[in-house]
Every structure is written in C-alpha cells, then in structure tokens.
Design a protein around this ligand. Structure first.
Ligand code: ATP
Length: 304
C-alpha cells in the first residue's frame, strides 16, 4: 500500500456537562468526576510529509491563531514528537492547524489539536498504532487529550483521562458565548483551591440526574443537571461571566454553565430554532465577543 503524503484529521471541542473537582492529589492534579461531551466546533489538523532532516514545522490559521504558539510548546507539536519517538520514526512533517475552537476558552482546543496530530501522523506513517496505545500517548500529553480522540459523551475519572463511554440518546443543541479574553486553566484551579481552602473536599461522583437526562435525551433535565465546580472560581477571576450566565438564562436557555475552566459559557436549548433565538438575544446584550451554535454529541478525531 502506498502511504499518503498528507493527512487531515477533524477534531471536536468539548464541554463538561458535569465537572466535579475532588481533593488535590499528591501529584498536583485533582481527582475528577466529569462528563465530557464532544460538540460540533472543530479544528482541522493536516500533517504533510517533508524531506528528511526538515524536522517539525507548524502553522495555524483561523480564529485566535495569533494566540497559538508555533514552537515545541504547542500540544500538536508535542504529539508528533511523542508518537515519532514511540514508533522510532524521523518526524519530518509540517503541521497545519485550522482553528475554529476558541483558544484558551475551556473547550480543550489544544488537546483536540494534539489528538488530531497523533491520529494524522499515525495514518501518514502507516503505523496502525492500536487504540489503547494511542490513548496512553494521548494521556501522557494531557488529561483532556484521550477524550478528543474518542468523542461522543463519556465519564472521565482520575484526572479526566480514564474514560467510560455513555450512551446518550439523540442530540442536544448548544449556544456558546465566547469571551474577549481567555482564562488560564492553572489559574482557575488555583483559585478554586483558594476559595475552598478551609473546607473538607469530598470525593467527586457522577450525578444520577445527569445520567438520566442523557439516557432520555431530555434537554430540560439536562439544563437542570449541568454542574461545574470551577464555575465559582471562574466568576471570581472574571465577574462578568456571572452576568453572561444570567443573561443566557434570561434569554430562555434551559441551563447554562461555564465550559471547563472557562471563559466560554455553554447554554442548552430545546432545539435548533430555540438555539438561534438564544444566540440572537445573547449577541444583542453586548456582554460577549461572539456566539456560536452547534450540536452534540460529535464524533471524536477522524481522518477526513
Ligand atoms: P484546557 O484544555 O486547559 O481547558 P483551553 O481549552 O482553555 O485549555 P486551549 O485552547 O487548549 O485552552 O489553550 C490553552 C493554552 O495552551 C493557549 O493559551 C496556548 O498558549 C497553549 N497552546 C498550546 N498548544 C495549543 C494549540 N494547539 N491550540 C491552542 N492553544 C495551544
């Protein structure tokens, strides 16, 4: 079989329908009980073979591309490196990222790009790496990377890298309110630790009500079940976000939540038309940079 000289992989953003943050572990990570949900905002990652000795080069286009590092600190770059090292391949590739996932938005865009680069290089080099090995490499790159490979809806435990698929009926309609400036995930976790420093933090567990909403495909119950332990910390660092959540609910959303560590806010709608109404109303508040709509669950990383 002739290997392709370029491969493009499409990767989804995620929203955490539940993000329960347990005690801080000795390794600095927090024990999580989370439900990841892939949504139809995508980045496309294209890897193209280059002459021997070229090494890895990176380019990024699209929304927020100027905020994305183009060196070895980029998660996609690290993904190419880690797969090449594991497989004993010389990494002579250019990586092109077409960005549609908000940068530093709490939707795991960098993690998605890493998952995309892993899968794209695996196909480019004809490695056929077993899924379980790709998952382990993904987990070494970051807690959210394995889910970007898998997509759909899944319970995440440990630091979020241990995944169990969840059967969710139908699809849900989402409105995302994008902020003008990103938030640092590390800063939000630090603020969360500060806010609850004098409290006992119980072990986190997955909400029965949320699982029921997913099994039933019930957007009303889903809206009531959304929960994020990082939300107060995100509000504390960016008070405007509390107003955005309030505004979304006033615009008729069935529920609203800060996505991951924020600052993107996610709102669930009854159907596509309702999502359009919410998006229009939210835009007119002037509280947000822009608004995007999409549905979920979406597929995980896939070659296109
Ligand atoms: P997290 O997965 O921590 O919730 P996030 O979704 O909030 O992250 P990302 O878009 O992944 O945010 O970016 C966080 C930071 O990571 C950026 O500010 C950027 O400096 C760096 N970064 C590294 N690689 C990438 C990438 N491929 N795309 C976007 N940002 C990247």
């Amino acid at each position: 079989m002739v290997s392709p000289s370029a491969v493009t992989v499409r990767v989804p953003a995620k929203v955490n329908l539940q993000l329960s943050v347990g005690p801080r572990r000795d390794d600095g990570f927090h024990e999580l009980a989370t439900i990841f949900h892939a949504v139809g905002l995508h980045d496309d990652v294209t890897v193209t073979e280059q002459p021997a000795g070229s090494g890895i080069t990176l380019a990024c286009e699209g929304e927020g591309a100027d905020l994305v590092p183009l060196d070895e600190t980029n998660l996609a770059w690290r993904a190419v490196r880690i797969l090449a090292d594991a497989a004993g391949v010389d990494a002579d590739v250019s990586v092109q990222i077409d960005k549609h996932i908000p940068v530093a938005g709490g939707m795991a865009g960098g993690s998605a790009d890493a998952a995309g680069a892993l899968l794209a290089c695996d196909a480019l080099w004809g490695l056929g790496t077993p899924r379980s090995e790709l998952h382990d490499l993904a987990a070494a790159l970051g807690s959210d990377v394995p889910f970007a490979l898998q997509g759909g809806t899944a319970i995440g435990s440990g630091r979020g890298e241990q995944l169990t698929s969840v059967l969710a009926r139908g699809s849900f309609h989402w409105v995302f309110a994008l902020a003008r400036e990103g938030l640092s995930t590390a800063a939000v976790y630090a603020e969360c630790d500060r806010l609850r420093a004098d409290r006992h933090v119980p072990d986190p567990y997955v909400s029965d009500m949320l699982m029921q909403a997913l099994r039933a495909g019930d957007p009303v119950l889903l809206g009531k079940s959304l929960h994020n332990d990082l939300q107060q910390a995100a509000f504390s660092l960016r008070p405007m976000l509390a107003r955005v959540i309030e505004a979304g609910e006033e615009c008729g959303a069935l529920g609203g939540i800060v996505s991951g560590s924020g600052p993107t806010c996610a709102f669930v709608a009854r159907d596509a038309e309702h999502a359009l109404d919410i998006a229009v109303s939210l835009t007119s508040t002037g509280l947000v940079r822009s608004v995007k709509r999409s549905s979920g669950p979406a597929l995980g990383a896939r070659v296109i």
